[in-house]
Design a protein around this ligand. Sequence first.
Ligand code: SF4
Length: 163
Amino acid sequence: MYLVSACLAGFNTRYDGTNCLDERVKELVLSGKALPVCPEQLGGLTTPRPPVEFSSGDGASILDSWLDGEKKIFIRVFCCIAGGKPGPVDDAFITKALIKGAEETLRLARAYGIKKAIFKDGSPSCGAGYVHSGGQRRPGKGVTAELLGREGIEVAGIDSLQR
Ligand code: SF4
């Protein structure tokens, strides 16, 4: 059983209410081989929601600062409106939602004994190989992808699926 980004399976979970359907991922779900999940919805964010990216760093940076001090947090805020410029969003609220979504996704993965996730690249939550940070595309992982990886769950992009 895989965990897959819900938007890749055709669910309209993206920030703008659309999806990024990949037929191979949809087939995995329809055949009972994959469980679709949207970490940002699990974290309590609405759809649609403001597009966000990291102002610097990636999911690892957020988790490192979150874990510092046993969650008596001083959250370093990295989220901002796409383009690298701070926008009219509550950065702390969104950062916490990304972390909550990652934790909920991990709970789901553990409940189903899932060992591998196939995630949408570029997302601040699901990004498996690259993210958008400081207005640029950079190597790195989203918050959920990073947390799952730290907990021993393999995370890959859709390029890992055979065409
Ligand atoms: S958080 Fe993941 S599943 Fe949800 S819309 Fe973004 S990329 Fe897709």
